[in-house]
Design a protein around this ligand. Structure first.
Ligand code: URA
Length: 196
């Protein structure tokens, strides 16, 4: 299903980034993941390789995942924009509006329990609110079909040790939330199986 969707959109030229990209960076990871991470847009290395978070921010993200016992095979990861903005400039509102339906469709297909948004752009798109990441980070927002957990973008923590401490703290909190919500599911299960 995800692959079919990739084939439908991979040649997108809805905005001008289609002309400057090397690769359309769809997303990667576990198609049945409980948790989807959402970043901003591909950078230089992601554009070259067609894979999200392969540069220095991605290496930090891998370490933070490892800190809570996860790796790339446990999660799915995608960006708000599928194509790199030139010189890594911020995504503009037209690009976001045109690309957002792709991300929402990916989420609809994967049906995760949690979405972890990295930084302002992803958080605003998923919460549909003009929030500031420093005010909402580390808080859990219950939506209809999943909960949203905004955290700082790892790039913001590469040279700022206070942001790195906040990120580590939020990852540990995310682990607690994931562990306790999976325990709740386990508790519900035996009641049903005991009937047979
Ligand atoms: N930053 C992002 O937001 N996404 C990437 O894929 C890489 C860096």
């Amino acid at each position: 299903m995800l692959e079919e969707f990739y084939n439908q959109i991979k040649d997108c030229n809805k905005c001008s980034l289609g002309k400057t990209r090397t690769n359309f960076v769809f997303g990667t990871g576990n198609k049945n993941a409980d948790i989807v991470f959402v970043g901003e847009a591909p950078g230089f290395y992601e554009d070259r390789q067609g894979i999200p978070f392969v540069g220095s921010a991605g290496k930090l993200l891998d370490k933070l995942l490892n800190l809570i016992g996860l790796n790339r095979d446990d999660i799915y990861i995608a960006n708000v924009l599928k194509c790199r903005p030139p010189q890594n400039r911020d995504p503009n509102s037209d690009e976001i509006e045109l690309c957002k339906p792709y991300l929402l469709k990916q989420i609809e297909i994967i049906k995760p329990r949690a979405i972890c948004t990295l930084g302002n752009f992803a958080t605003r798109v998923i919460l549909e609110k003009n929030v500031n990441i420093s005010r909402v980070r580390g808080q859990c927002f219950n939506m209809d079909k999943y909960f949203v957990f905004p955290i700082y973008h790892p790039a913001a923590a590469l040279h700022q040790s206070t942001n790195l401490s906040a990120l580590k703290e939020d990852f540990l909190k995310l682990k607690d939330i994931l562990d306790s919500s999976s325990k709740e599911e386990e508790i519900e299960e035996p009641v049903q199986t005991a009937l047979f």
